[in-house]
Ligand binder design. Structure first.
Ligand code: PLP
Length: 386
């Protein structure tokens, strides 16, 4: 009997080692990692530059708190702004905490303007985290079940539906921001219309709302740009990220631009661990490794995988849709398919099923051609056998 709280159900696989796109279990079996620790280890496991950064910093200075200047924190903030076109950064330890910072910015932005009960528009089937504010923002009743009372200050619209938000705008005069994922990850790898973010940008400008993008999963190169909004040529007011930022070292960030940068002052927000030297030095190594060549490779490899899947299984009755952006890949099936996770494991593949009926692949950015073929051919065989 485990002394761990029973929040993850029974776990039957024990992983003890990783290198590149492979992980090994405690019996010495190896697997191609098609999920990368849920979009975390984009650069692959045991990436030499990240390992070097961690060991270097661990032998120099681990932690001092935000009472002091932290050179790797400043350096990482500069690199993030350079990569994103944003202006200011607050560091957290996780994605949910990065979103908490964003929600606080939205509320204070509204309260500073004298708007009573400032309200944030969030989407159906969204996922924003497990803290009280972020599970309230999440559009999945399973995540919320049993945790009433939820927080006030959110209204909900269907994803990829700009007209529905216009209707909300007419009904609620206290809206101050939109919080949305550029591609919904946990919600089933849902990809909106190409111009969705552009239309949201225009809507936010017209109403003086903040456009807040949750790029916790889509960020850090996952879609083939550093952030997904860079495909649209727009800038959000607030963007949050985490998952891939530390390639496995826990770190999150909330970035702001323009008027959103003016909202927080001393004492408005903080974190003991957020932005500590170890996490920031490791994340600097991640940003250095995520060069344009690697981003281009992510875009190309993602297209190639979707194309192969479409050609081989796209027409099957059991396949509803093959979609995604960069190396976020979803294969929606006609029926729930949770058993595929165990079947894939027997083939030496780690995959994930989300939203009940969607196979989700979030592979590393460093798979060899051979590893890519093995992963894709395995998925094809599993789906054909359904
Ligand atoms: C994973 C995720 C979160 C939550 O991040 P944690 O680090 O688990 O708190 C929030 N939003 C999105 C889009 C995510 O994918």
């Amino acid at each position: 009997m485990s002394t761990l709280m029973n929040t993850y159900g029974e776990r039957t696989l024990t992983l003890v080692k990783g290198e590149g796109s492979r992980v090994w279990d405690d019996a010495g079996n190896s697997y191609i990692d098609g999920i990368s620790g849920i979009a975390v280890c984009g650069l692959g496991h045991s990436h030499p530059a990240v390992t070097r950064a961690i060991t270097e910093q661990a032998g120099t200075l681990l932690h001092v708190s935000n009472l002091y200047n932290i050179p790797p924190q400043r350096e990482l903030a500069d690199k993030l702004c350079q990569a994103s076109g944003m202006e200011k950064v607050f560091f957290s330890n996780s994605g949910a905490e990065a979103n908490e910072a964003a929600i606080k910015i939205a509320r204070k932005y509204g309260n500073d303007k004298g708007i009573e009960n400032p309200t944030v528009v969030v989407m159906n089937s969204a996922f924003h985290g497990r803290t009280m504010a972020t599970l309230t923002a999440t559009g999945n009743t399973k995540v919320q079940q049993g945790f009433a009372p939820l927080l006030p200050g959110f209204v909900r619209a269907p994803f990829n539906d700009v007209a529905a938000i216009e209707v909300l705008a007419a009904e609620h005069k206290n809206i101050v921001a939109i919080l949305v994922e550029p591609v919904q990850g946990e919600g089933g790898v849902r990809v909106p219309a190409d111009d969705y973010l552009n239309k949201l940008r225009e809507l936010c400008d017209r109403h003086e709302w903040l456009l807040m993008l949750d790029e916790i999963q889509t960020g850090n190169g996952r879609t083939g740009q550093y952030f997904a909004y860079q495909h649209n040529g727009i800038k959000p007011d607030v963007v949050t990220t985490a998952k891939g930022l530390g390639n496995g070292v826990p770190i999150g960030a909330c970035l702001t631009h323009g008027r959103a940068s003016e909202v927080f002052g001393p004492g408005n927000h903080g974190s003991t661990f957020g932005g500590n030297p170890l996490a920031c030095h490791a994340a600097c190594a991640v940003l250095d490794a995520l060069d344009n060549e690697m981003l281009a490779q992510v875009a190309e490899r993602g297209e190639q995988i979707r194309e192969t899947l479409r050609q081989s299984i796209g027409e099957l009755d059991q396949v509803v849709e093959i979609r995604g952006h960069g190396l976020m890949i979803g294969i929606e099936l006609a029926e729930p398919c949770p058993e595929l996770v165990a079947k894939a494991r027997e083939l030496g593949l780690l995959i994930n099923v989300t939203a009940g009926n969607t196979i989700r692949l979030l592979p590393t950015f460093v798979m060899t051609d051979e590893e890519t073929d093995t992963l894709v051919n395995g998925i094809i065989a599993l789906v054909e056998a359904l």
